[in-house]
Design a binder for this molecule. Structure first.
Ligand code: SF4
Length: 406
């Protein structure tokens, strides 16, 4: 009877997001350790390798907002972080330290996680500024991650809004201390502090917290591999077949065009309301008259009983979408109008008239939920693909969750 050798047990999957560099041992160290007679020298060699490691920390810059300006100043001559061997390497593949300097949104978080995963080990992470640490002013906002340690293992926190370049330098020195300590077996695991636990906690548990659900990191990993278009909420295509037939407009000025579409008096409480049926034709005619620049498209959501005139008892829920265009050059003239639509009622897109309407209409769809019939690519633009609501509607809760990031 023959015995087949037992198949080796499959290796347990490595938790990808908790690698913090503390387990790293230089391969040369092991060679020395295994060589007879050289064990005496290994301690000194380890010190030498640690010295090299801590004085050549290349930084991957994850600078997103105002803290990023202080981050940039740290590289300049006054602070000159190069003197400790650190410089910015704008690729994750050759970087040792990711410095997250600025606010991270739920749309950005999967990209940040993916860049972190592309950094080779050993690697470290620095949270620079209160936005990176906790979300700061924006922590309860629908779109902001309440601290990057809800998805990245942070080694050093640098407080401030913003921390100045000297503070970042100090943070890097503390990181050096931490690495040296880790190489000598010192424990840097965070200790629960009763006083700290009383302050506002993030809406999802941090990586180091015991109550963090085991599947949350996996969900965040999956989210970072998602295509930019969420399969669950495919692009909203609203066919323009029902576009009403309207007579071409012929007036040669904006006031004349307004009269043609039935607006005889300019309102004092906002741009004139143009019937939705004439909206596209009005834009076409204005463009032909030299209004070549689309300045803005901005939608407002009004709940039932409210409108631009204030409280109106019999008013129904509706949207008002304002459009502003202008002529280009000296003596520029501006034309503004608004269109009123009901929830679910699409408005014809202007993207075929003004190229800039493409992104601006996507923004109004993403944030307010207005649908534009005939738009070539109507999908979310500011929010994460997994978002399911419209945050600039008046009934939207400001601190709405956005799985798996907040
Ligand atoms: S912490 Fe302050 S300075 Fe830094 S990104 Fe946030 S708001 Fe800007």
């Amino acid at each position: 009877m023959t015995h087949e050798p037992a198949a080796p047990a499959p290796a347990a999957p490595r938790p990808r997001t908790v690698d913090d560099g503390s387990n790293f041992r230089h391969p040369l160290y092991q060679v020395l350790l295994d060589t007879p007679g050289l064990t005496v020298g290994t301690a000194a060699v380890d010190d030498l390798l640690t010295w090299g490691l801590t004085n050549a920390m290349w930084i991957f810059p994850m600078a997103t907002s105002c803290c990023g300006i202080e981050f940039m100043a740290t590289m300049a001559s006054r602070v000159d972080i190069d003197r400790m061997g650190s410089f910015v390497r704008p690729t994750p593949r050759q970087a040792d330290v990711m410095v997250v300097a600025g606010t991270i949104t739920t749309k950005m978080a999967p990209r940040v996680l993916k860049l972190w995963e592309q950094m080779p080990e050993p690697k470290w992470c620095v949270a620079m500024g209160s936005c990176a640490i906790s979300g700061d002013f924006y922590r309860n906002l629908y779109s902001v991650v309440p601290g990057i340690d809800t998805f990245l293992p942070v080694d050093v926190y640098i407080p401030g809004c913003p921390p100045n370049p000297e503070a970042l330098m100090h943070g890097m020195l503390r990181l050096q201390e931490k690495i040296r300590g880790q190489r000598h077996g010192k424990d840097f695991a965070p200790k629960p502090d009763a006083a700290l636990l009383k302050i506002t906690q993030p809406s999802i548990p941090r990586l180091v917290e015991a109550n963090r659900p085991a599947d949350l990191s996996a969900a965040q990993e999956r989210a970072s591999d998602q295509p930019t278009v969420d399969e669950a909420t495919p692009a909203l295509v609203v066919a323009p077949e029902d576009a009403p037939e309207v007579a071409p407009l012929v007036a040669n000025d904006f006031e004349g065009l307004l009269k043609e579409v039935g607006v005889t008096e300019l309102p004092k409480d906002g741009p004139p309301l143009v019937p939705a049926a004439h909206h596209l034709e009005l834009a076409r005619r204005l463009k032909a008259l030299g209004y070549r620049q689309l300045v803005t498209i901005a939608a407002t959501h009004w709940l039932a009983g409210r409108g631009r005139k204030g409280a109106v008892a019999d008013e129904v829920e509706h949207f008002e979408i304002a459009f502003v265009v202008r002529t280009v050059g000296a003596g520029s003239r501006t034309a503004a109008w608004a269109v009123r639509v009901l929830p679910g009622q699409p408005l014809l897109t202007l993207s075929g008239v003004y190229a800039g309407a493409d992104w601006q209409e996507r923004e109004q769809f993403d944030l307010v939920g207005v649908k534009f019939a005939g738009h070539p690519d109507l999908r979310r633009i500011m929010q994460a693909e997994s978002a399911t609501s419209f945050p600039l509607r008046r009934d939207h809760p400001a601190d709405a969750p956005c799985a798996p990031w907040r």
